[in-house]
Ligand binder design. Structure first.
Ligand SMILES: CC(C)(COP(=O)(O)OP(=O)(O)OC[C@H]1O[C@@H](n2cnc3c(N)ncnc32)[C@H](O)[C@@H]1OP(=O)(O)O)[C@@H](O)C(=O)NCCC(=O)NCCS
Length: 179
């Protein structure tokens, strides 16, 4: 059975993505989490995979947000590709959808030659998932914008996926909202 993977504009595909993201991260649950207060960037692009015909119900099965950002690494400008909002509907998990969507996101970012590496932020229980897919912990400091100003961003652990650069340490300033 073939699986269709869409990579669409982030804003126009938001209505398709929203019900899945709300189901995976319900507002009333998120607001009680340590990172529930964080203001996140909007995705520039979204990878979307629909549920297969044999699923309990139709609709979106999997989402990965893609972000493009001119950031700094140790005070030098660098183009970063961001990945965020990785989520698969409960009844569609374990079928490889998140892996497929992540791979599609990485391919999309690689198509932009200026992008030097990809970056995501995850909770401790997901670190093994990303490490198994080639991501590396970034041990340095990350800064980002929030409504109150520039902050050290420690709400989640930073992970990087190497393209032409392999950052492991130093200071990365996202120069904008985190994702
Ligand atoms: C994490 C998540 C996206 C995985 O989606 P998925 O479509 O089931 O992922 P895949 O089918 O591609 O991969 C599943 C594999 O990853 C493993 N896996 C899933 N979550 C894992 C975790 N937290 N740690 C380690 N391995 C994990 C599964 O055991 C499975 O292994 P197998 O292939 O050896 O059977 C999904 O569980 C989810 O939406 N979780 C809630 C939201 C979330 O935490 N997202 C991550 C945000 S950073």
């Amino acid at each position: 059975m073939s699986i269709e993977i869409d990579v669409l504009n982030g804003d126009s595909s938001w209505p398709r993505a929203e019900p899945l993201l709300e189901a995976v991260w319900p507002h009333e649950v998120v607001e009680k989490l340590s990172w529930g207060h964080v203001k996140w960037a909007h995705a520039d692009l979204r990878v979307l995979i629909d549920a297969p015909e044999d699923a309990e119900r139709p609709g979106l099965a999997c989402h990965v947000g893609i972000y493009f950002r001119t950031a700094t690494w140790d005070s030098r400008k660098v183009q970063i590709g961001g990945i965020g909002g990785v989520s698969t509907r409960n009844d569609c998990r374990g079928r490889g959808y998140a892996t497929l969507a992540l791979n599609a996101a990485i391919r999309t970012l690689r198509d932009h030659e200026a992008v030097r590496f990809a970056m995501l932020f995850c909770e401790p229980h997901n670190e093994a998932f990303y490490e198994a897919r080639g991501w590396h912990a970034f041990k340095g400091e990350v800064y980002a914008e929030q409504p109150e100003g520039r902050i050290r961003f420690e709400a989640m652990a930073p992970y990087v996926f190497d393209f032409t650069r392999k950052p492991r340490d130093g200071i990365i300033d996202l120069c904008g909202l985190p994702w």
